[in-house]
Design a protein around this ligand. Structure first.
Ligand code: PLP
Length: 489
């Protein structure tokens, strides 16, 4: 085995570069006897032949099972401490009418944060009473629509919004349930959290401003105060940040209970998932048990009743369920001269070319940052496997690059693939169910890929891919005939 010096320190050189780590792949993905990746019995090559590439492939039973496990874990853990729970699916991770129905059938509520997301949930037939509406800058039209359609709860994000929601509710003769989003000063990064008096960000209001804001909410007959809300970040692996924010919110809750009831507490989402085999995500059962333990013990310490606790996972429900399927186009071995680091105490502190050369294999695929912007946006890491076959070739360090006109257009910064990876191979990148389709763009006029759901040996399109005609359809220069000096298309 040869470890490539260009490999990041965390990347383990695999014994078998065909292996599918169970923490990263959805539950119904496996290799067939012939070595192909298949999901719920449908092979990668069959999917590529029927639907084309790039393609998002969702393991439907996996989404349903994760949604159910989330609801059942929070239900049973909060029943254990004498309360109950509500699990909202954060629709921004990936929302389509099918996904809205799957999570609703599993007993989840849904969070939306724009008129467009609300429209999708309503088009899916979701009971508006099971929707939460978020956002730091909801338009007046969005507030009006949310109130008039009977959205279950609106999360108020600023003092300005209190009157806006109250007025809309009065106009529609409703008493609108609301939560108040707090900036708790706790912010979780992927592997750490910060706890400050105040956090420098746009969401919510500070703990110090909360009593006056809650009093203002309570003063409106058209508002029904459900409780406090905080969301401390995303892709969180440790429970410390949640513990700290629960403590801060419950201390405030104890103060505010003097002037009226507060039935619920929303602790947000952000539960991490595994993107590569070195990520170690907490199972949802463990997250639910920790939340119940901390909320129950803090409430006991403060002498207040345990509220109904709401949580809002997005990534943890859909992220692991999906892989992106691509076809390899070109391959290049790029020779990189490694830096040589000066001896300690040297008068030349800058690294210089050491003369030693290593090779990075650039494997280019037919998609890229337009269907998965997370590596470019956040430096996110993913892993990759050849999907249409097994191979015994020695593993080679690869970088999976897209086809866009940006050198940062990378989908997988570093992984090992069998060294005989070749044009025409299919590649599968797992854990792309959250924040990939929903953040997709048309950069370079690539159509956004289709989303296909596979269940029990059957694959069907749940979101159609964009065609060139779709892309041209919004160009007013074509539809108004201003290009009439050219032949009709
Ligand atoms: C994004 C978001 C979530 C979901 O975050 P995940 O990391 O997908 O679990 C939940 N609540 C709020 C307010 C959010 O903005």
């Amino acid at each position: 085995m040869t470890v490539n010096p260009l490999a990041p320190p965390w990347l383990v050189h695999p014994r078998d570069a065909n292996e599918l780590a169970t923490s990263v792949w959805s539950r119904n993905v496996a290799r067939t006897a012939s070595g192909e990746i298949a999901v719920a019995g449908v092979t990668a090559s069959a999917l590529a032949a029927e639907f084309g590439t790039p393609l998002y492939v969702v393991d439907e039973a996996d989404v349903r099972a994760r949604a159910l496990a989330a609801r059942e874990s929070f239900d049973s853990e909060f029943a254990r401490v004498g309360s109950s729970a509500k699990v909202y699916y954060a629709g921004k991770a990936f929302l389509s009418t099918e996904v809205a129905r799957w999570v609703t059938e599993a007993g989840l509520y849904i969070d939306v944060c724009s008129g467009g997301e609300l429209a999708v949930a309503l088009a899916a037939g979701v009971d508006p009473a099971r929707l939460g509406f978020h956002g730091n800058n909801k338009s007046l039209a969005e507030i009006d629509r949310a109130v008039s359609t009977g959205v279950g709860v609106i999360v108020i994000d600023s003092v300005i919004e209190i009157d806006r929601v109250a007025d809309a509710a009065a106009r529609h003769h409703r008493q609108q349930p609301v939560r108040l989003r707090l900036n708790s000063g706790v912010h979780a990064h992927t592997h750490e959290y910060l706890a400050t008096a105040r956090e420098d960000q746009k969401f919510g209001i500070t703990l110090g401003d909360a009593p006056a804001a809650v009093a203002a909410i309570r003063s409106h007959d058209s508002l029904d105060f459900l409780g406090l809300h905080s969301h401390i970040g995303s892709q969180i692996f440790e429970s410390d940040g949640f513990v700290e924010s629960a403590k801060r919110l419950l201390a405030l809750q104890a103060e505010l209970l003097v002037d009226g009831p507060i039935p619920e507490l929303n602790l947000g989402g952000g539960f991490g998932i595994a993107y590569t085999s070195v990520d170690d995500a907490m199972p949802i059962e463990v997250v639910a048990a920790r939340f119940a333990d901390i909320v129950a013990s803090e409430c006991a310490r403060l002498g207040i009743p345990v509220p109904i606790v709401a949580v809002e996972p997005g990534r943890a429900i859909v992220g692991p369920s999906t892989f992106s399927l691509y076809e390899v186009g070109t391959i290049k071995d790029v020779e990189v001269t490694l830096p040589s680091f000066p001896a300690p105490g040297s008068s030349f502190p800058e690294p210089v070319d050491g003369g030693e050369v290593a090779t990075r294999k650039y494997v280019s695929i037919d998609g890229g940052m337009s269907d998965n912007v997370r590596p470019a946006l956040y430096g996110a890491d993913y892993s990759v496997r050849i999907a249409n076959r097994n191979s015994d070739a020695d593993p080679a360090l690869v970088r999976i690059a897209g086809k866009h006109c940006e050198s940062g257009d990378i989908v997988v910064h570093a992984d090992y693939l069998p060294g005989d990876v070749t044009p025409g191979d299919l590649l599968a990148v797992p854990a792309t169910g959250a924040y990939c389709w929903s953040l997709a763009s048309n950069y370079n006029y690539l159509g956004r890929p289709a989303v296909v759901a596979v269940r029990d040996g059957h694959a069907r399109v749940i979101v159609r891919g964009e065609t060139e005609a779709d892309l041209l359809s919004r160009d007013a220069g074509i539809s108004t005939g201003s290009m009439n000096d050219r032949d009709a298309p």
